[in-house]
Design a protein around this ligand. Structure first.
Ligand SMILES: Cc1cc2nc3c(=O)[nH]c(=O)nc-3n(C[C@H](O)[C@H](O)[C@H](O)COP(=O)(O)OP(=O)(O)OC[C@H]3O[C@@H](n4cnc5c(N)ncnc54)[C@H](O)[C@@H]3O)c2cc1C
Ligand code: FES
Length: 351
């Protein structure tokens, strides 16, 4: 184990990482092993956190990827990226990198992290949502004290990532139980032990597998999967406050055109950007302060544009904001998330 680099050295994409190895996990998922370009130790992180990468692509400056590696080895990070053929190209770019390529990053972040509690843990994931659960499983296997249920759903054997790694972590550890479900698997998959269930993970599957109800649940996957699993867990008596979720949502595109053509409301609050010296009148048609700042020619960092990743956090100099949808992770005191906030009266931002 190595010491963490000081946090002040790694703000805003100033951590240089080199791609040290590439590994195909399944048909559409590629893992990238990343080391510090200066050969030094990497910043510490908690299992479940994600790494903001400054990709610098048109329309895709930043993308966030959960660390799928163990947090007790800071000699390297690993991210595991599902290829999205359409979209803004962040995953396509990462899938085309070669060993030796350099990536810009900032410190891992996020509050979807393994809690210190004695309760049994349910890691329940669908598709690429497996990445935070994998890092958590490594921590739990090393700790060896909590009962762990690792339930993963994917399409079929070809899209089943990390099968051998998960089995290896569970092997010889009676506290860890593993269950894989293939939505489109075959009898041959079942017989070969590649999966334990054909079809979806539903309420009846969970009831059969989970004898208790005091689990701490970590749930990550496509939106429909998350909604269905949350409803099933609640109906089985799992408390809402024990169900933690992470969403890998696609970014909502910027809408500067809507801002530019919106009629200017004479009585809209004034929004000032302290560092750039710009001031403009807010219009009700503007979706968020992020869109508003972009319409003024500013380029704040963002990734999800949905209040999920925390990349657009900005210090507030004076004034207040309201959120259309509350951020999944509240920003630190004195900061706001631009992508889902609107001004409540006159506002000055550190931008
Ligand atoms: C906290 C967090 C952690 C994450 N961890 C991981 C991880 O471990 N591994 C991983 O592979 N990804 C992860 N992601 C997702 C990742 O950040 C990227 O969003 C993903 O790689 C896709 O980026 P892209 O630029 O290739 O495609 P995108 O432009 O994001 O497009 C992806 C898909 O969404 C669709 N889409 C895009 N915009 C919209 C829209 N407005 N409405 C509907 N559909 C739309 C596209 O057509 C495409 O099919 C994470 C995201 C977050 C927020
Ligand atoms: S861009 Fe992700 S929270 Fe705002």
């Amino acid at each position: 184990m190595t010491d963490a680099a000081p946090l002040q050295d790694i703000a805003r994409g100033s951590l240089d990482l080199v791609v040290a190895a590439l590994h195909r996990e399944s048909r559409n998922v590629l893992s990238l092993t990343l080391r510090a370009a200066d050969g030094g130790p990497l910043p510490a992180f908690r299992a479940g956190q994600h790494l903001p990468l400054w990709l610098g692509l048109p329309g895709r400056n930043i993308a966030t990827y959960t660390l799928s590696s163990a947090n007790h080895d800071l000699g390297h990070y690993r991210i595991s990226v599902k290829l999205e053929q359409d979209g803004q190209g962040g995953s396509r770019h990462l899938h085309q990198l070669a060993v030796g390529a350099v990536l810009k990053a900032s410190a891992p972040r996020g509050t979807f992290v393994l809690q210190d509690a004695p309760n049994p843990v349910l890691l329940l994931t669908g598709g690429i949502g497996i990445t935070p659960a994998l890092s958590m499983l490594q921590t739990l296997a090393r700790e060896g004290q909590r009962e762990v249920f690792f339930l993963h759903a994917c399409n079929d054997a070809e899209e089943h990532s990390f099968a051998a790694e998960v089995e290896g972590l569970a092997k010889g550890n009676p506290l860890i139980r593993v269950f894989h479900a293939y939505a489109n698997g075959t009898e041959a998959d079942l017989q070969a032990g590649r999966c334990h269930h054909l079809g979806l993970i539903d309420r009846e599957t969970l009831r059969r597998l989970l004898p208790l109800d005091d689990y701490h649940v970590y749930l990550c996957g496509p939106p429909g999967f998350m909604a269905a699993q949350t409803a099933a867990l609640r109906s089985l008596g799992v408390a809402q406050e024990h169900i933690r979720t992470e969403v890998f949502s696609p970014p909502r595109p910027a809408t500067p055109a809507a801002v530019a053509t919106a009629p200017v409301a004479a009585d809209g609050p004034v929004v000032s950007f302290a560092r750039s010296g710009k001031t403009a009148v807010w219009t009700a048609a503007t979706p968020s302060l992020l869109d508003f700042a972009e319409a003024q020619g500013l380029t704040p960092e963002f990734s999800c544009r949905a209040g999920v990743c925390g990349t657009c956090a900005c210090r507030i100099v004076s004034g207040e904001v309201a959120y259309d949808t509350d951020p999944l992770e509240p920003p630190p005191p004195g900061e706001i998330l631009l992508c889902c906030a609107r001004p409540q009266g006159q506002l000055t931002l550190d931008l």
